[in-house]
Design a protein around this ligand. Structure first.
Ligand SMILES: [Zn+2]
Ligand SMILES: [Zn+2]
Length: 308
């Protein structure tokens, strides 16, 4: 079968590989891409392991054995570490990662699979992976009404939509007018300046944006960092506001199995309109060029259909 294989930083080849062997084989119908895939392509990533490596972690398709339509979750928590035992599977200490959605077929453990709600498109189902991370991030926040999201990329827009659904007053801050228009279409307010708020979500993934989000958090408020920064970077937090203003600083990473099912429900019900976030569909051959293209304008997810 054909698969996209990373052979080194920015060395992506679409090639014939062995048929996948594993608990369950799934024929891929849609694999969506995100900033993590771009990072994996251009500079590698700790969870890739060594080269050659397969990638693609937002994957939906059809089980070869039963014909059932499934989302292939990108990880299975161990269930035994202290984090899992404490009910925090999102930060499991030894998860099994399931990568390789950019291929005709993928093998996955049964425990990684989620049945799709009736009628849900494969591309929509694939987006349940990032949406689940946003469900998780919202859960890391508080329930105040005054909320801002820094960054109007697909994660920022998903966060904004979830917060609008829970009847908050949501401001999305982004310098691109197209993304501000998308935020407004999802029911949020939009601006190119952040102001100050009781709850702030950072959805950019750069240290300067983390600092900006922290600075925009009101005394007594909470900041949730959602965007992953390059590894090895650190944050220079002023101690004053953390101490005297009791600003809560929280990270948000990944999701749990239950959060993926919740994301699938939100997509199936239309409460989160996946079409508003769907971009072009390409085949495996176009994946590299599409990931390398600089982001700009509207925030939309690239969809890979390996049958194209
Ligand atoms: Zn992703
Ligand atoms: Zn665990």
């Amino acid at each position: 079968m054909r698969a996209a294989v990373l052979h080194g930083p920015d060395d992506l080849r679409v090639q014939e590989v062995e048929e996948p062997a594993g608990e369950v084989v799934v024929e891929v119908r849609a694999a969506t891409a995100c900033g993590t895939d771009r990072k994996m392509l251009l500079r590698g990533h700790p969870i890739l392991g060594g080269y050659p490596a397969r990638f693609g972690h937002e994957t939906a398709g059809v089980r070869v054995d039963s014909g059932e339509r499934v989302l292939v979750g990108d990880s299975v928590a161990c269930g035994a570490c202290f984090a899992c035992l404490a009910g925090r599977a999102a930060i499991c200490r030894s998860p099994t990662w399931v990568l390789g959605g950019f291929a005709e077929r993928i093998a996955a453990p049964e425990a990684a699979l989620h049945a799709l709600p009736e009628g849900l498109d494969f591309a929509a189902a694939a987006m349940a992976e990032p949406l689940a991370a946003c469900v998780h991030a919202v859960g890391r926040g508080t329930d105040v009404a005054d909320v801002a999201v820094l960054g109007g990329g697909t994660i920022g827009l998903m966060l904004a939509r979830l917060l609008v659904l829970s009847e908050r007053d949501v401001l999305v801050c982004d310098r691109h007018a197209e993304r501000r228009a998308q935020a407004e279409a999802l029911g949020a307010r939009a601006s190119s300046s952040l102001g100050s708020h009781e709850l702030v979500f950072e959805a950019v993934g750069r240290v300067d944006a983390w600092e900006q989000a922290f600075a925009a958090t009101r005394p007594g408020g909470t900041v949730v960092f959602v965007g992953g920064c390059p590894s090895g970077t650190s944050l220079d937090l002023p101690t004053g506001p953390v101490h005297y203003d009791e600003i809560d600083v929280r990270g948000a990473f990944h999701h749990t199995r239950e959060e993926i099912d919740r994301a699938l429900e939100l997509l199936a019900s239309g409460e989160v309109d996946w079409r508003a976030l769907a971009g072009e569909t390409v085949g495996l051959e176009q994946l590299g060029d599409a990931l390398r293209r600089p982001a700009g304008g509207e925030a939309r997810k690239l969809i890979v259909d390996p049958r194209q």
